[in-house]
Design a protein around this ligand. Structure first.
Ligand SMILES: Nc1nc2c(ncn2[C@@H]2O[C@H](COP(=O)(O)OP(=O)(O)OP(=O)(O)O)[C@@H](O)[C@H]2O)c(=O)[nH]1
Ligand SMILES: [Mg+2]
Length: 359
């Protein structure tokens, strides 16, 4: 499962965000606790709801993403190396940035300053990667003196480039890499290479400023950056909302002049940042949304569903969600002959419904 690590400075609202996303209630999630919390988050998708409506008797199974709440300051983690393993295995990072003012809770650095916090965390990720690159380069220098090896020379050349970028304080997610190069460095699990979702944790008084994230992102120059997304929530309000019944929640939202909770938007920002698409299957018992890396084929999709389906793959019947809705049901679409038959190299598009034929 894809994993997003919630990181940030100490006491900025990471666990609060984790609770909002996972609807985890109550005890065991106090601040300052040493262990990381894991939680599975279902990705809401109205298309899936529609498929269930069209195919009665099936239950909806959503795509899901795992969130990990890394406690304490990510700077301490990067410096001390404890819990670094957890951070390294993440597919993306969600950096919670404190924007809210609260006199009872003195902020790191003496005053609230989101831009400074973003820069200092970024710098720490960059320094951590630089240390990894330098260590590996030393090793490669020694090995290359002993013997010529084209693969090692290629790696050496690439790492020198990355070192140059890091020394200019450019995070690796902004360096353009070929698929081949990405493969070479995958094993290093660089932190500044991970896609980054900035979550601005607003104060209650700022909560209606839905364009606050937009404005800030533009000012801070985050908008043009590759593999970076910015979104804003008010942790305090969302946390209270998560504890309420639907009716009470609606009233509560209205009292703040809000229409809807930010949770769905938050989940979608994270999901999109991962660079994935959703495809659907319709079985006898369930309609299900699955996650696939953008560019994945029917063969990859079959592997997501079942390793056996992949091994025994014959063909996939494929239909766009909109075409399926127009036909009325999968059975009807098949009758009308509007399902396309595709081989294993077909690149699956977001929202396609697949029926995998296997032997
Ligand atoms: N006023 C206000 N307080 C908040 C908000 N979000 C979190 N807090 C408070 O900030 C404190 C820290 O919140 P946590 O969610 O535990 O922060 P954390 O980043 O997980 O903290 P550590 O794991 O200890 O680093 C708590 O007292 C929260 O109630 C917010 O949006 N507004
Ligand atoms: Mg915490």
């Amino acid at each position: 499962m894809l994993k997003i690590g919630i990181v940030g400075l100490a006491q900025v609202g990471k666990t609060t965000l984790f609770r909002i996303l996972t609807h985890a209630h109550g005890s065991g999630l106090g601040s300052g606790r040493p262990e990381a919390h894991l939680g599975v988050v279902h990705v809401p998708d109205p298309r899936l709801d529609r498929l269930v409506e069209m195919h009665p008797g099936r239950k909806a199974v959503h795509a899901s993403v795992e969130y990990v709440d890394a406690p304490g300051s990510v700077i301490d983690v990067a410096r001390s190396g404890t819990q670094m393993g957890t951070l390294r295995e993440m597919d993306a990072l969600a950096h919670v940035v404190r924007v809210f003012e609260d006199e009872a809770l003195p902020p790191a650095g003496g005053c609230v300053n989101p831009q400074r916090d973003i820069e200092s965390v970024e710098l720490e990720l960059i320094l951590s990667d630089l240390a990894v690159v330098e260590k590996r380069l030393e090793r490669l220098d020694r090995d290359l003196q002993k013997q010529k090896n084209p693969a090692l020379e290629k790696e050496h050349h690439l790492l020198l480039n990355l070192k140059g970028a890091l020394e200019k304080q450019t995070p690796l997610r902004e360096v353009s890499l070929s698929a081949d190069e990405e493969g070479i460095i995958r094993g290093f699990t660089f932190l500044s290479l991970k896609p980054m979702l900035y979550v601005l944790n607003l104060g209650e008084e700022d909560v209606t400023e839905t364009d606050a994230a937009e404005q800030f992102a533009a000012q801070a120059g985050l908008k043009q950056r590759p593999r970076t997304t910015v979104t804003a929530v008010c942790g305090k309000i969302e946390a209270e909302l998560a504890e309420l019944s639907d009716a009470d929640a609606a009233e509560f939202l209205e009292s703040y002049g809000l229409k809807e909770s930010a949770v769905t938007r938050l989940i979608h920002s994270g999901y999109e940042l991962l660079g994935v698409i959703s495809f659907f299957t319709i079985g006898d018992k369930e309609c299900r949304a699955w996650t696939l890396r953008a560019g994945g084929t029917t063969w990859d999709a079959a592997g997501e569903v079942h390793t056996d389906f992949q091994k025994k793959f014959i063909r996939a019947e494929v239909i766009r969600f909109e075409d399926l809705v127009a036909a009325g049901s999968l059975a009807e679409a098949r009758n009308q002959g509007v399902l396309k038959l595709e081989g294993k190299n077909y690149v699956v598009q977001d929202g396609e419904v697949l029926y995998i034929r296997h032997s």
